[in-house]
Ligand binder design. Sequence first.
Ligand SMILES: Cc1cc2nc3c(=O)[nH]c(=O)nc-3n(C[C@H](O)[C@H](O)[C@H](O)COP(=O)(O)OP(=O)(O)OC[C@H]3O[C@@H](n4cnc5c(N)ncnc54)[C@H](O)[C@@H]3O)c2cc1C
Ligand code: FES
Length: 250
Amino acid sequence: MPKKISMEIIEQENVGSNVYRLTLAGKFSAQPGQFVQVAVSTAYDPFLKRPFSVHDCSANTLTLLYRRSGRGTSLLAEKKAGEKLEVVGPLGTGFPMVTEDKIILVAGGIGSAPLFYLLKTLQAAGKKVAFYYGARSKNELILREQYQMLADEYMEATDDGSCGHQGVVTELMADVLDEEKPVIFACGPDGMLRAVAKLAKRNKCRCYVSLEAHMACGVGACLGCVVPNIRGEYVRVCVEGPVFPAVEVF
Ligand SMILES: Cc1cc2nc3c(=O)[nH]c(=O)nc-3n(C[C@H](O)[C@H](O)[C@H](O)COP(=O)(O)OP(=O)(O)OC[C@H]3O[C@@H](n4cnc5c(N)ncnc54)[C@H](O)[C@@H]3O)c2cc1C
Ligand code: FES
């Protein structure tokens, strides 16, 4: 059973346009790619907890990176250091550890959230990690400096050309996939994930994608988050996912 943990807010930082990094104190551990459900209100409205990827964690801290997009995330953005939050997790199936040494992480906008912890974990295991970051414009390449500093190789692309390559991030990847056959881990909008999955298949590279779905229970009971796999069966993003082999879901 996933644990319900009461965590204290250490820091809430505004790190971009409507994007916040929230650091919580409490005993916690997770695999990269797993997520937590956060109670954004102590009242019954909104009733449902909201799912967020683990952006980073240590034995005594959990960090989330989130975009304020609606009622729940707006309530969360108002919370201050010292307040307590109820968190359920870790939940779901994260990114698998792989034996290959060359790995590419592909992020789209706020989809970078789970890839920071993954990047650190892979590097601690001795892997060479390239980070490819795409967004509509420079201000949506959230905390780009931390990936630029940490990754063994860093590439970026924006639709409007305000930073890095003008165009989509997959345009930067084709040659590397063909030559080096890396394993790919991706998180971002559906369109980007489909493009990455297609490119990976064409180049015979293993690829894992982290999906988002609207969630209610977060623990496999309500079936609110199901998506069809390639065999036409329904899989639960909150239990079998959010990370899936790309060939399973696209
Ligand atoms: C496994 C998982 C991990 C996630 N990790 C992160 C993260 O690390 N950082 C982050 O910013 N967001 C993340 N999300 C999305 C986040 O849960 C939603 O943005 C949030 O629940 C919106 O709540 P709200 O009450 O503010 O918005 P609502 O008022 O409920 O909705 C506002 C807008 O957000 C959209 N939305 C609502 N829920 C989701 C959802 N589950 N997925 C996609 N869009 C949604 C709605 O369609 C609407 O356009 C994750 C979602 C899942 C399923
Ligand atoms: S959110 Fe209830 S089964 Fe996934």
